[in-house]
Design a binder for this molecule. Structure first.
Ligand SMILES: [Zn+2]
Length: 346
């Protein structure tokens, strides 16, 4: 039996939703993670410090007593966001970062940004105070092929932002393409990227195995195997610019399995086990800790966690629970199509 001990990880991108779903999914994250950046795309979205503080209270109520966990709150950037209010929200500690969704890019992003130029004064103010911006990096033009939307966003929008404001701390979230890995590697020191476990585990074939697989539908959409290989390479490389952001995104099963199913993969439950397996499969287990527990903390300039977790390799593949109950409804838990032998002991 093999066993490794690593610094207890952080998840730099989660969706906790609200109400009954929030109560069910928060403990799934707090079991293995110390901190998470919490996305603001509720209906209606979190637009100011007051709403972020209220939302944080609801999250804290759902944390089991045994877990110590810190939700780091974000504000949803719109073309009306007030830069002075944002500065106050950041300086008071109520808000950790700002999320930029191009309008219509993903779940609940209708109030997002249509014209990047309109938010440049806000981004400039953020650069001055060191407040991070987290970017969903896809264009939303219907004419652009869905598999190209990340690359086009980088060329048309991100490059402009990074050149105008090299001091701005930018996270290109949930990257999915070789182009993104290259752009981030070569970009200025303030540009980093988060990577999800499902984009490391699956390529786009997983959406169409013997039929349509709505639970593997997410945004940005899964890409070709060559892109997955590029993500694996940077995630395993210990390059400090790449770290875990699971983008765990719960939707009730009935809203995934529908004629217009929601985008998102609920992956937090077995996130660490799956990552341990992928890193082991690539003989890079010794780099797991950098990816899950060090690189992100360093970018966001927060302390490295003191707690540790043990990850143990079993002789047999672990048996997955594949559903999380929400009253009479359920959410499907992401499980990969390869065996996972790793178990987390906290
Ligand atoms: Zn997300």
């Amino acid at each position: 039996m093999k066993e490794i001990e690593i610094i207890k990880p952080d998840d730099w991108h989660v969706h906790f939703r609200d109400n009954e779903i929030l109560k069910a999914v928060v403990p799934e994250t707090t079991r293995h993670f110390v901190r998470s950046i919490v996305m603001p795309n509720l209906i209606p979205p979190i637009l100011n410090a007051r709403q972020a503080i209220e939302y944080k209270k609801r999250i804290k109520k759902a944390i089991p007593a045994k877990d110590s966990f810190e939700p780091l709150m974000t504000i949803y950037l719109t073309e009306k966001t007030n830069k002075n209010e944002l500065k106050d929200a950041y300086n008071s500690g109520a808000v950790f970062a700002v999320k930029l969704y191009p309008a219509g890019a993903t779940t609940n992003s209708e109030s997002g940004v249509k014209d990047i130029k309109k938010v440049m004064p806000v981004l400039e103010a953020m650069a001055k105070i060191g407040m991070p911006i987290l970017i969903h990096g896809e264009v939303t033009d219907k004419e652009i092929d869905i598999f190209d939307r990340e690359k086009v966003f980088i060329d048309q929008k991100l490059d402009f932002i990074c050149k105008e404001l090299p001091e701005l701390k930018v996270t290109l979230e949930h990257i999915t393409t070789k182009e993104a890995t290259e752009y981030v590697k070569e970009g200025n020191k303030n540009l980093v990227a988060s990577i999800t476990p499902h984009h490391l585990a699956l390529n786009r074939n997983a959406i169409f195995v013997g039929g349509i697989r709505p639970h593997n539908y997410c945004l940005p959409i899964l890409k070709r195997e060559t892109h997955r290989q590029a993500l694996i390479k940077v995630a395993m490389s210990s390059n400090p610019k790449f770290f875990l952001g699971s983008d765990t995104a719960p939707h009730l099963k009935k809203y995934k399995e529908s004629d217009c199913g929601c985008a998102g993969v609920f992956n937090t439950t077995y996130c660490m086990q799956i990552l341990a397996q992928i890193f082991e499969n690539h003989n890079c287990l010794s780099n797991l800790e950098n990816f899950t527990s060090i690189n992100g903390a360093n970018h966001y300039k927060v302390n490295i966690n003191k707690q540790k977790i043990k990850i143990i390799r079993k002789n047999k593949p672990i048996k997955f629970e594949d559903k999380l109950k929400i009253n009479d409804e359920e959410i499907l838990i992401f499980t990969p199509d390869f065996p996972v032998y790793w178990e987390v002991i906290t």
